[in-house]
Design a binder for this molecule. Sequence first.
Ligand SMILES: [Zn+2]
Length: 273
Amino acid sequence: MIVWICTDMEGLAGVDHWDQCYDPDDGSPVYRYGLDQLTADANAAIAGAFDAGASEVRILDGHGRNGNRGFTAALDPRARKTWIARRDPLRWEGLDEEVHAFALLGQHAMAGTVHGFLDHTQSPKDICRYLINGQEAGEMSQMALYAGAYGVPLAYVSGDEALCAEAARLFPGAGSTPTKRGTGWATCDLYPTDRVRASIRRDMAAALGSVERDAAWRPSSPIEVSVEFAWSGRADALADHRGVRRPHARVVEWTIEDPRDIYEWPHAGWRQA
Ligand SMILES: [Zn+2]
C-alpha cells in the first residue's frame, strides 16, 4: 500500500499565527517554530500510515512559502520526499495510479469559511470564492479532483474544525483530526498538541484501513471552474485569454477537460490550437 501525503501549515497542531506560516525570513524563530510543528505533525501521520501497513509513504511539502524545503532534519526517514514534477501544466510527483489513497495534513478551509483559521483557496487575500462545477470548493477539492484522475481517493485530513467540517460535507468517507478551533480569520484556540498528534497517528491508521478505492472523486468531464476575485483588476489580467468567460467584473470562468489541469491558470499561449 503506497500512501501519498501533502502537507500545509495553516491547519497544523501548534500553529496559531500567520508569521509561523509566512514570515519571509527563513531564519526567524517564529517561522522555524512553524516548521518544527510541520515536521512533528508529518511524523505522526507517517507513523499512522506505517501502522496501517503502508509499504511506502510519499510526502510533499505543499505550503507554497516553503519552496519544498519545509521539513526539518527530524522528518521520519522512512518517508520519501516528493516534489512538483512539472509546472506547465502542474503535475505532482509520485501521485499516480500506484497510490492506494492520499491524505492532506495541516490543511485550511476554503476561501469564505466563517471562522476558518487563515481560510483561503490558493491566494489568501485575492480570491473570495472558488467553484468547481458550480459548487464552492477549496484546496482539498482541488487535490481530490487531481488524485481522482488516477482513481486515488482522499483518505484523511487534519486541520481546524472548519476544515474537518468541510471534509465531512464534501468527502464523507474521509477520516479527520481537528487540531484547533478558529475564532476569526487569523485567531484560533489550539488543542493540546501532544494529544492532537496521538490522534493524527491513530486516525490516519484507521482511515487507511477503511478507505474505499471507489471513493475517488471522478466527476465527468468537462469540468467548470469559476473564480471570484476581491478586485476586478485581477479578473482583467485573465479575461482576455482564450476560453475565459467573464460573467461579472470580478469573476472569470473556464472549462477543463483533464481534471489534473485544475491547477492551471489561463495564461498567454494557453490552449493554442
Ligand atoms: Zn499553506
